[in-house]
Ligand binder design. Structure first.
Ligand code: PGA
Length: 257
């Protein structure tokens, strides 16, 4: 069965001490009675700012099923790129994952498909799991070209991978109009797109790979709507922004399978 994951993307929020307290609190609650016996306990991931990463990794080491990743990485391993962080550096902290292609990176830092393919490559070469984000903007959905937009994002950044490498990738569908807006995709809209992405994977890599690929939903997911989203056949968990910044909200989502 494919992995269920709930991941918290902290974005550029929380000071160092606030971030560590949040990670500690979530891990502490996960240890409490009742949670470990849940029928489905997903893998939990934190995506803190770089600054917090190595210490969050240490906190996660104490808690089975919880790990940490970076919100971005550079395509190159090292060099004169002031302010940037490379995949080998991320790996050296003990982190296991990296977000690639979040819509905020695409929008504010001009990351395009070609660059994202390079970031996926850098992640995989360093044994980091890329969590590849895709999703259409509101005008694209209104024009009913959302399937074309998402298929070109997925194909351009990922479909050059061989089957073995593709099997290491996690995908997050995040409609841009739902991110940080309080407007969530309906469970039907999420399911429709997730099934579409899985079909693309099946056509390219075959049934087994498609069935084993974890596809997360992201965009205003919260403890109230998580269950209806996660109960959809092709939704394997969530990439959570705002609601991952409060321990009890994040825990509520983790318990939503
Ligand atoms: P949100 O963010 O949950 O605050 O909408 C999700 C994301 O950007 O990953």
């Amino acid at each position: 069965m494919r992995k269920k994951i709930v991941a918290g993307n902290w974005k550029m929020n929380l000071t160092y001490s606030e971030g560590l307290s949040l990670a500690e609190e979530v891990c502490k609650i996960l240890n409490e009675k009742g949670i470990q016996d849940l029928e489905v306990l997903p893998e939990v991931l934190f995506f803190p700012p770089y600054l917090h990463l190595s210490q969050v990794v240490s906190i996660c080491k104490e808690q089975e099923g919880v790990s940490a990743g970076a919100q971005n990485c550079h395509t190159e391993a090292k060099g004169a790129y002031t302010g940037e962080i490379s995949a080998p550096m991320i790996k050296s902290t003990g982190a296991t994952h990296v977000l690639v292609g979040h819509s905020e990176r695409r929008a504010y830092f001009s990351e395009d498909d070609q660059m994202l393919a390079g970031k996926v490559k850098a992640a995989l070469e360093n044994d980091l799991t890329p969590v590849f984000c895709c999703g259409e903007k509101l005008p694209e959905r209104e024009k009913e070209i959302h399937f074309e937009v998402v298929s070109s994002q997925v194909e351009n950044a990922l479909f050059w991978l061989d089957n073995n490498s593709f099997n290491k990738v996690v995908i997050a569908y995040e409609p841009v109009w739902a991110i940080g807006t309080g407007v969530t995709a309906s469970p039907e809209q999420a399911q429709e797109m997730h099934a579409f992405i899985r079909k693309l994977i099946k056509e390219k890599y075959g049934e087994e790979t498609a069935e084993n690929t974890t596809i997360l939903y992201g965009g205003s997911c919260n403890p109230k709507n998580a269950q209806s989203l996660f109960s959809q056949k092709d939704v394997d968990g969530g990439l959570i922004g705002g609601a991952s910044l409060k321990a009890m909200d994040f825990i509520g989502i983790i318990k939503s399978f």
